[in-house]
Design a protein. Structure first.
Length: 131
């Protein structure tokens, strides 16, 4: 028998990239329940890895780091090529730090929440109050 074990429309055949995109969308949807007005013009994006030139040696509140590796970054509006704020998550560094899908979902949400808090000038506990 040749071919895939499941048809393309079945979730089991989704790529890791597509699954990660869904985790980001889920995190954004959850935050938009309370912050939809503030997040109306914000774009969310996923890149495989951070740019090579994005080594961070000093504290930068617009970058979420783990052991010096960026997991996500906020690009504020106003730069020549950026009209609206953009929050970017880096898929491979996030995946490398999570054991399973649930842990990956938690990490994605944490990175998105921290960057949204930075964008809005709020504490992350205001954005996502502890349960």
């Amino acid at each position: 028998m040749r071919g895939g074990l499941a048809p393309r429309a079945v979730p089991v055949s989704r790529s890791r990239s597509e699954v990660f995109d869904d985790l980001v969308l889920d995190a954004v949807d959850e935050l938009e329940e309370h912050w939809s007005t503030e997040l109306a013009g914000v774009e969310f994006a996923v890149e495989e890895v951070p740019p090579i030139d994005q080594r961070v040696t000093d504290f930068d509140p617009e970058i979420v780091l783990d052991r010096g590796i960026p997991l996500g970054r906020l690009y504020r509006a106003g730069a020549a090529e950026i009209a609206e704020p953009v929050i970017v998550l880096y898929r491979r560094p996030v995946e490398a730090r999570a054991i399973d899908r649930d842990e990956r979902a938690d990490l994605v949400f944490m990175v998105v929440a921290e960057l949204v808090a930075e964008l809005l000038g709020k504490d992350v506990d205001e954005i996502d109050p502890p349960h």
